[in-house]
Design a protein around this ligand. Sequence first.
Ligand code: PMP
Length: 431
Amino acid sequence: MSYKERTKGSLRLYKRAQSVLPAGVSYQLRDITPHPFYVRKAQGVKLTDVDGNVYTDYWVGHGALILGHSPKQVVDAVAKQLPNGTHYGFCHELEIELAERVVDMMPSAEMVRYTSSGTEANLYATRLARAYTGRMKMLKIEGGWHGGYDSLHMAVHAPFNVSESAGLNPKTVEDTSAVPFNDLDAAEKALKPGDKACLIIEPVMGAGGFITPEPGYLEGLRELCDETGTLLLFDEVVTGFRLAPGGAQEYYGVTPDVSTIGKILGGGFPIGALVGRREVFEKINHKKYPGMQERSAQGGTFTGNPISMTAGIATLDALKGGKVHKKIGMLGGKMSEGLREIAGRYSFQASVIGVESCFALHFRPKPPRNARETADSDGRAAKAFYEHMLNNNIAFMTPSTCHAWICEPHTEKDVGEFLAAAEAFFKSYKG
Ligand code: PMP
């Protein structure tokens, strides 16, 4: 039975949703064609929809669920916390405990401030960079995704010089410019002494399809930032606790001044955080800088809420020792090598990027070096692949850029099934 035929209950919900949710969804990227499936239950890496179909999940909560859906240690810890309070709104020990773990694990982290999402983390981190340096200009990377904060909501899609939304005041992006990833010369031209507050970059481009930094690139950016007095800001919302327990900064051995994290940090509950050098973070200290125009303001109703803190602590504790990373990295390697081998066998115009537990399939002969190079990807093939995999009960995002995550509950059997379904596609797709 095709996806359409066996998701009739989902279609009914999708139609019902149209009258109360714009386009029927809570987030544009979940509006998959022909219609989304509606999840009733999620456990491990298996999603069950309202029609009883079971999917193997490679989207795993936008990459947040490194231990899969509802892992026992997180569920138990949260269940214990729930009767003691879901939201204190006052100081408590759990916010210190999670911060101590982050400082322990992430090379650049000396101090931590929580937010409720990655978007907010980037808002406050860039505000901090601007407050600390006293400069307004910022440099980002073409194709870099940092969430919906106005000043960073530009240069995500080609032609990389436009904002990403109607209603976004052009003045808020006036001071933001962008250069291509993996291009040190462009970064060198853009960075001048005393000019920009920060360079914000995903060390591995997440939504861009896991484009990886070439050897020397991140090191070169670190040097350029040092030479020009620009803060290096790593957006590790995706890579944090994912590439290694200490994130991309541990994996690549390059230490930023400030980093943003989220996703995995919350163990399946909403979270974000900015972390970094003590001296920079002192600018948030209202005791040291009591004047409104002196300090970098930061806060929020749900910041440091005890449920996200509890789930985060249980998750980070499970990652200690590196056992989880070893397993998911090994499976990720099998997945990307397998995909590469199959694409080669059928001479399919596809290339694979694999970095630890992250893998992406680009429908072009060579892996892209930056977002510009993805312009010639075969979007029709990507969409057909997505629909084919969905028909085989395999779910990931997005239909235009297949980028996916292995998490702890995935098995060799799951990887084998993914590869078998991909092989059937490479064998039969006629374009
Ligand atoms: N930065 C990166 C690299 C992201 O991938 C995302 C979200 N996918 C964000 C920031 C924004 O995080 P959130 O959706 O939690 O606001």
